[in-house]
Ligand binder design. Structure first.
Ligand code: 5RP
Length: 217
């Protein structure tokens, strides 16, 4: 994992931010670097729509106005990180537990710019345990169904999402059909959403490394 790669990818995303508009902002350490860089152009954007309480706090601390998605309407650009990405720009997200709001803001955006260090690129998604956000009363029923589908769910101990739910991290999945699995998991009663972003993949992937930024689309 390269901190320099994260930083270069995060800074490269600035060129896709539209002036005088609200920008969608994801969550995580790479996005934190993006927020720091975005602060330099805060006077040229309308503000931000945020995918987590943590990002909202960081944006506000840097003088960037944050508004509710309901007040913003569609967004031209959403910038967010990923835990894994494949060559179709399908992603696993949710390592930080913000997957549901991230998926909502991504769905409200015309362009999803994903920023990551190049270690996140994989051939097949699933080595990273797949986060699934679950309504607390359904934790056990959902876990049993995830086992039936071939996974090994583990409760993320001591963690509650911004929406008041729990996260099951599912180990042992080899996700060869991301769209199909995303739909299947979302149909389990009690699942709020899962961390596969394949129905709405990224539009542009900025992969940073010590030697620069590779752009995939
Ligand atoms: C948070 C996410 C993050 O984008 C993902 O975990 C990547 O984080 P980082 O930039 O810290 O590697 O999905 O829910």
């Amino acid at each position: 994992m390269s901190d320099q790669g994260k930083r270069l990818a995060a800074e490269a995303a600035l060129e896709y931010v539209e002036e005088d508009a609200y920008v969608g902002v994801g969550t995580g350490s790479t996005v934190n670097l993006f927020i720091d860089a975005l602060a330099d152009m805060r006077d040229r954007i309308a503000g931000a729509v945020s995918s987590s309480e943590a990002s909202t706090q960081r944006l506000r601390d840097r003088g960037i106005d944050v508004i509710d998605l309901n007040s913003a309407g569609r967004l031209p650009v959403y910038v967010d990180g990923a835990d894994e990405a494949n060559r179709f720009l399908q992603l696993i997200k949710g390592g930080g537990g913000a997957l549901t709001r991230e998926k909502i803001v991504a769905s409200a955006s015309d362009r999803f710019v994903c920023v990551a260090d190049d270690g996140k690129m994989v051939d097949v998604l699933g080595a990273f345990p797949l986060p699934v956000e679950v309504i607390p009363m359904a934790r056990s029923t959902v876990a049993r169904e995830l086992v039936r589908l071939g996974g090994r769910p583990e409760l993320r101990e001591g963690f509650t999402t911004d929406n008041g739910n729990v996260i099951l991290d599912v180990h042992g999945l080899s996700i060869t059909e991301p769209i199909k699995l995303e739909q299947t998991l979302n149909n389990i009663p009690g699942v709020v959403t899962n961390g596969i972003f394949a129905l709405r993949p990224a539009d542009l992937l900025l992969l940073g490394s010590d030697s620069g930024v590779r752009r995939l689309k």
